[in-house]
Design a protein around this ligand. Structure first.
Ligand code: C2E
Ligand code: MG
Ligand code: MG
Length: 581
C-alpha cells in the first residue's frame, strides 16, 4: 500500500516547479481562512498550511512535511495538555469515520481576562491518501454559544442555574447513577416571608435579600451540589450524600443558615425557610418525579411549624391531598354555618353547683361528620382562619350564656395567634356589647405557651381584657414550658390543672402530689384551681382530698349541645343526682 499518497510531493522540486500550478495551489491553500493538514496513513504530515500552523501556534522552525504529527503537537504553543491529549487521541484512533473536536486553546498574549480561544477540528478519511484535517477558529461561535447558554440557562439576578437547566442537569445525574452509588437527592427551599418582605421593603431590597440568601445557601453546599433558583423565592439543590441522615443534617444546616436574621438598611429581617427533601428511590426515577416529590414535601414542610422541613415518603401525596381537601372545606365552614359550640360544666364540688361552662367548638362537616377541635384548630391557625373562627366562638358563647342563670360563667378558649394579630380585646368588647353579657361572666382561657411569646402585645392585651372586667384563666397548666414562674408574671383568675395529672384509679400518688401542690399554691395566691379530665368517682374523691375546689370532667358530664345546657345545670344543682354522677 502506498502510505505516502499518490499526488502530493514531499517538497517542491525546484524554483521552476514552485511557480508551477502546484505552487499556486499551495499558495492558495496557505491563504485560505481554514487551516489544512493532510496526513498519510502512517500519520506523517503531507501538507500543513500556514493558517493551520498559525492556529496551532506551531513553532516556525519545526520541520513539518514528512514529520509524524504526534511529534509536532508538543511544539504547538496553542495546545495545552488537555487539548494536546484530545488531538493526539483523535489522530491515533482515526479510522474510516469523520471526527469532530472542539479544542480550547491556551490563552495568547492578549489582555488579562481575555476569554480562551477555541479551535474546531474536523478530521476526515481521504481514502488511500490518509486523512484531511481542517482547522477553524471557533472562538466567536463558541463565545456566542456560551453567551446563549448563559442567558437561557441562568437566573440573571443570582447567577444560579434556572429551573429548565437544573432539570436537564438532574436528568443527566439520574441517568449516570449506578447501583452502588449513593442515591441522588433533591431539596426545594421556600422562603415563606419573602413575598411579604418584598412588598414591604421594595423590589430592590428584595433582590438584595435574595442575593444574600443565595450566598448563605452557598456556604452549606458540597462541591458537586447543583444549585438553582426555581422561581421567585424558591431554590433547588441536587446532589448526593451517603445516607438519609446526612441529607437531613444538610437540610438543617440550610435552615439554620437562612433563618439567621439579615441586617438590611439597619433593619433586622428574618426569612422563614422551609425545606422539602426527596431522595431518588433505589430503582431510580425521572427528574420530573424527583422534583414533584420534593415539591410535595415542601408543601408539607410549610405546615410543620416545629422543624420547617419534611422528607418525602410514599403516602405523603395522599395525606397532602386529604389535607388540601380539608383546607378547602374548612375555608367555607364558617360562612356555611358548620361550626357548633358544645358546653362542658365546671362544678364546685364542695357547694355542689355549676359555676360555669366551657365552650368547646365542633365542626359539623357534611362530608366528615362531627370533627373535634384537635383535628382542625391548628390547621385553621396555619391557614389564617383562626381570627374569624375565634370571633364567631366569642359572639356565640356570649349570646348563649345570656340564657343561663346569672351566676354561671362561660369560658372561651383563645389561640395565641388571636393575641398577635388584630384587636382581640376589641373583639371581646364587641361580643360583650352585642350580647349584653356582663364582662365578669366571661372567662378567656389561654395556655402557658402564649406567655412564652413575651411580647408587649400579649401583655398589653391581657391587661386590656382585665381592665374590661373579663376573667383570665391559665389552661392546661403544667404542660407548657413556663409553669410556676409564669404565675408571678401575670395575675390569673383561675388555673386549670391539665388532665394528664389526673391519675388512673389504680395509679401511684405522684400525680396526686403535684395536684396537691398546685392547689396549695393557688390557695396561697387566692387563685381557684380547676381539675380537668376527672372521669371517675374515685378520681373525684382524690381530687377533693388534694384540695381542688372546681372539677370539669366526664364524671359530671361530657360536653353537651347548647340546647341541653339548662337541663344539665338543673340536674347538677340537685345533690341527689350529683351523688349518682
Ligand atoms: P381544653 O380547652 O383543655 O378543653 C378540654 C378538653 O378536654 C375538651 O376536649 C374536653 O372535651 C376534654 N375533656 C373534658 N373532660 C374530659 C374527661 O373527663 N376525659 C377526657 N378524656 N377528656 C375530657 P375538646 O373539646 O376535644 O377540645 C380539645 C381542645 O381544643 C381544647 O382543650 C382547646 O384547647 C381546643 N379548643 C376547643 N374549642 C376551642 C375554641 O373554640 N377555640 C380554640 N382556640 N381552641 C379550642
Ligand atoms: Mg380550655
Ligand atoms: Mg385544658
Amino acid at each position: 500500500m502506498n502510505h505516502k499518497g499518490p499526488t502530493l510531493p514531499s517538497r517542491p522540486a525546484s524554483r521552476a516547479r514552485a511557480a508551477a500550478p502546484d505552487g499556486l495551489i499551495s499558495e492558495s491553500l496557505d491563504s485560505a481562512p481554514v487551516g489544512l493538514i493532510v496526513l498519510d496513513r502512517a500519520h506523517d504530515v503531507r501538507l500543513l498550511t500556514r493558517r493551520a500552523a498559525d492556529l496551532l501556534g506551531l513553532d516556525t522552525r519545526a520541520k513539518r512535511i514528512g514529520t509524524k504529527l504526534l511529534r509536532l503537537l508538543p511544539r504547538c504553543r496553542g495546545l495545552g495538555p488537555d487539548a494536546m491529549t484530545s488531538f493526539a487521541t483523535a489522530v491515533t484512533e482515526a479510522g474510516d469515520e469523520a471526527t469532530q473536536l472542539l479544542l480550547t486553546l491556551q490563552p495568547g498574549d492578549g489582555p488579562r481576562g481575555t476569554r480562551p480561544r477555541s479551535l474546531s477540528l474536523d478530521m476526515r478519511p481521504a481514502g488511500a491518501l490518509g486523512w484531511v484535517l481542517s482547522l477553524e477558529d471557533a472562538t466567536q461561535t463558541r463565545q456566542a454559544q456560551d453567551w446563549l447558554l448563559e442567558h437561557v440557562s441562568t437566573d440573571p439576578l443570582t447567577g444560579l442555574w434556572n429551573r429548565q437547566h437544573f432539570m436537564l442537569m438532574l436528568h443527566d445525574v439520574l441517568l449516570s447513577v449506578r447501583q452502588a452509588d449513593p442515591a441522588p437527592f433533591m431539596v426545594l427551599i421556600g422562603l415563606r416571608s419573602f413575598k411579604h418582605l418584598n412588598t414591604m421593603m421594595g423590589a430592590a431590597t428584595g433582590d438584595h435579600l435574595l442575593r444574600l440568601a443565595t450566598d448563605r445557601i452557598g456556604t452549606c453546599l458540597h462541591e458537586d451540589d447543583m444549585l438553582a433558583r426555581f422561581s421567585g423565592e424558591e431554590f433547588a439543590i441536587a446532589g448526593t450524600r451517603p445516607n438519609e441522615r446526612q441529607c437531613t443534617e444538610f437540610c438543617r444546616s440550610l435552615i439554620e443558615a437562612l433563618a439567621t436574621p439579615y441586617l438590611i438598611d439597619s433593619h433586622l429581617v428574618t426569612l422563614n425557610p422551609h425545606i422539602g427533601l426527596a431522595q431518588a428511590p433505589a430503582e431510580g426515577c425521572s427528574a420530573e418525579t424527583l422534583a414533584a416529590n420534593a415539591a410535595m414535601a415542601l408543601l408539607e414542610a410549610r405546615s410543620d411549624t416545629a422543624t420547617n422541613m419534611c422528607v418525602f415518603e410514599p403516602g405523603l401525596g395522599e395525606r397532602a391531598q386529604r389535607r388540601r381537601a380539608m383546607e378547602f372545606d374548612l375555608r367555607q365552614a364558617l360562612e356555611r354555618g358548620e361550626f357548633e359550640l358544645f358546653y362542658q360544666p365546671q362544678v364546685d364540688v364542695h357547694r355542689g353547683r355549676v359555676t360555669g361552662l366551657e365552650a368547646l367548638i365542633r365542626w359539623r362537616s357534611p362530608a366528615r361528620g362531627m370533627v373535634p377541635p384537635v383535628q382542625f384548630i391548628s390547621l385553621a391557625e396555619q391557614m389564617g382562619l383562626i381570627g374569624g373562627i375565634g370571633e364567631w366562638v366569642l359572639r356565640e358563647a356570649c349570646r348563649e350564656a345570656m340564657r343561663w342563670p346569672a351566676d354561671v360563667t362561660v369560658a372561651v378558649n383563645a389561640s395565641p395567634l388571636q393575641f398577635e394579630s388584630g384587636d382581640f380585646a376589641g373583639a371581646v368588647a364587641d361580643a360583650l356589647a352585642s350580647s349584653l353579657l356582663p364582662a365578669s361572666r366571661l372567662e378567656i382561657e389561654i395556655t402557658e405557651n402564649l406567655l412564652l411569646r413575651d411580647t408587649g402585645t400579649v401583655m398589653g392585651t391581657l391587661a386590656a381584657l382585665h381592665a374590661q372586667g373579663v376573667r383570665l384563666v391559665l389552661d392546661d397548666f403544667g404542660t407548657g414550658y413556663a409553669s410556676l414562674s409564669q404565675l408571678s408574671r401575670f395575675r390569673f383568675d383561675k388555673i386549670k390543672i391539665d388532665r394528664s395529672f389526673i391519675s388512673p384509679d389504680d395509679a401511684s400518688s405522684q400525680n396526686s402530689a403535684i395536684v396537691r401542690s398546685i392547689a396549695a399554691l393557688g390557695h396561697s395566691l387566692g387563685i381557684p384551681t380547676t381539675a380537668e379530665g376527672v372521669e371517675t368517682t374515685t378520681q373525684l374523691e382524690q381530687i377533693k382530698a388534694d384540695g381542688c375546689t372546681l372539677v370539669q370532667g366526664y364524671v359530671f358530664s361530657r360536653p353537651v349541645p347548647a340546647n341541653e345546657v339548662s337541663m344539665l345545670i338543673d340536674r347538677l344543682r340537685c345533690p341527689a343526682s350529683q351523688e349518682a354522677a
